[in-house]
Design a protein around this ligand. Sequence first.
Ligand code: ZN
Length: 233
Amino acid sequence: MTQTQKAMVLFSGGQDSATCLAHALARYERVETVGFDYGQNHRVELDCREVILQKITELAPDWAARLGDDHMLDMPALSEIGGTALIGEGEIKMQANNLPSTFVPGRNLLFLTYGAALAYRRGLDVLVGGMCETDYSGYPDCRRTTLDALESALALGMDTQISIETPLMNVDKAATWKLADELGGAALVALIIEHTHTCYRGNRTLRHEWGYGCGDCPACDLRRRGFDEWKAA
Ligand code: ZN
């Protein structure tokens, strides 16, 4: 059943945020999207966004009617802070604090805060994000307790209630594939395989059953294992 709330989806062009976009389109009467350009090493994910936004409206007439504007926000300050495997030099490895070097301190807090500010301006009352506690990364700003606290801070700071919805919070990658299948069937799964991007190395030349990627970075590994598990189930 469609809810009368209106949603802003944090949409990067990856598997998780594309699944979140489908979740929002199935549920809310109006859906807008926001992406962030923070000097990522690989622009390929941002290029994927536009293709997905166009093609996802072909899957269902009511999704096409609900999907509204897409917004891109430049956040160059994040690349000035830099120093991580995603926005600076460096191999992906585990650090002494048990966080992978892909962790950008505060990144999700900034994305959600900017997303909430934009949602406020656009008259939207739900933020949808692909944060997940169950994958390997353990980013502290993906935890639900962090998001609950941020939701409270946003409500106080903007004097309005914008909820942060995280449909993938407690599901693993196999369940994320399953959710896509439930939301949009084989056509959505095919779109996610072909047009979303996950690989940390930005590889889009090697095509696997589960999509494009180098095949052995942590992000590819997670995506492949989830796909295999879902297929086997
Ligand atoms: Zn990869």
